[in-house]
Design a protein around this ligand. Structure first.
Ligand SMILES: [Zn+2]
Length: 293
């Protein structure tokens, strides 16, 4: 099967065999143009994949909520209002199946058998997405929106966290405005007046930059509050952090220390783990979900 992952920085494509092994890969930067330019770039990307055959279907991971096979809502303005599945089927002359980033990440980790209890997968990138695994299968929800944590309000906010956080969804103070890479970068800019990428902020922590350290500590505390809310609501065995999470090993070590202040039960069975597979997790997860339909 052909796999695609579409976001606002990169388009990734791969062919996976029936066992989920990667046979070939290709990627390209996301075009700066409009929707039609995106379709053309995807067509060219797939055409350049080694090993495609005419009968191969396409599994696509998109940063979106997918309901009844179509995009319900997405932070990508270029895709808003589009019928991506129909247009990709026409462009590629192949059967296309869409999955959200959160569900794809969850499917990948369900397949890896990483938990005995429910698993919550949190994709942290320029936007945030979530997925849920229970009883070995992905639970997409009645509207494809299970674990749509990105647009919950930040739990236990302090006064300065209550204002000035407009979200693309039209609300204010959504978790995505704090816990995305773009939220982290905005926090750093708010403090310093300088714009740095999330990766540059993480690098600065490694050389003991006191401002970057402070910004990351605030991020950790907010991620602690957000994940504690998941524990209170779902009681998962594992919470997975998607790869764009800044300093993932540090987050996995430090964030659980925040939980006792926000969780009413003993939560020692809940593990926080980082996904190291990056976009490969999205590609493989999208194929798993498409194969199961
Ligand atoms: Zn929002």
């Amino acid at each position: 099967m052909i796999a695609l992952a579409i976001d606002n920085r990169i388009f990734a494509a791969a062919i996976l065999d029936d066992g989920g092994a990667f046979i070939s890969r290709a990627e390209c930067p996301t075009p700066a143009g409009d929707y039609r330019d995106w379709l053309v770039a995807i067509r060219d990307l797939v055409a350049g994949l080694a090993g495609t055959t005419p009968g191969m279907d396409v599994a696509v991971a998109v940063p979106a909520i997918i309901s009844t096979g179509s995009i319900s809502i997405t932070p990508l303005a270029t895709l808003a209002g589009s019928d991506l599945r129909r247009d990709l089927q026409s462009t590629l002359s192949r059967e296309v199946s869409l999955s959200g980033f959160g569900d794809a990440l969850a499917a990948f980790h369900a397949h890896a058998g990483e938990t005995t209890g429910p698993l919550v997968a949190l994709w942290i990138g320029t936007s945030c997405h979530g997925g849920l695994v229970a009883n070995g299968g992905v639970v997409t929800g009645a509207h494809g929106a299970s674990v749509n944590w990105a647009h919950l309000q930040l739990p236990a906010p302090v006064p300065h966290e209550l204002d000035g956080r407009p979200c693309w969804c039209g609300r204010n103070g959504c978790l995505e405005t704090f816990l995305s890479t773009s939220g982290l970068e905005a926090d750093y800019e708010r403090v310093t007046g300088d714009r740095r990428t999330a990766a540059q902020i993480a690098d600065a922590v490694a050389v003991s930059d006191i401002v970057a350290e402070s910004v990351i500590q605030v991020f950790e505390d907010r991620l602690g509050r957000a994940t504690a809310a998941m524990i209170n609501l779902i009681d998962p065995g594992t919470i997975i952090l998607g790869e764009d999470t800044p300093l993932p090993d540090r987050m996995c070590a430090r964030v659980p220390r925040k939980w006792p202040g926000y969780v009413q039960i003993d939560r020692s069975n809940t593990q926080l783990a980082a996904c190291s597979a990056g976009h490969d997790a999205l590609l493989a997860g999208a194929v798993m979900l498409a194969s199961a339909r």
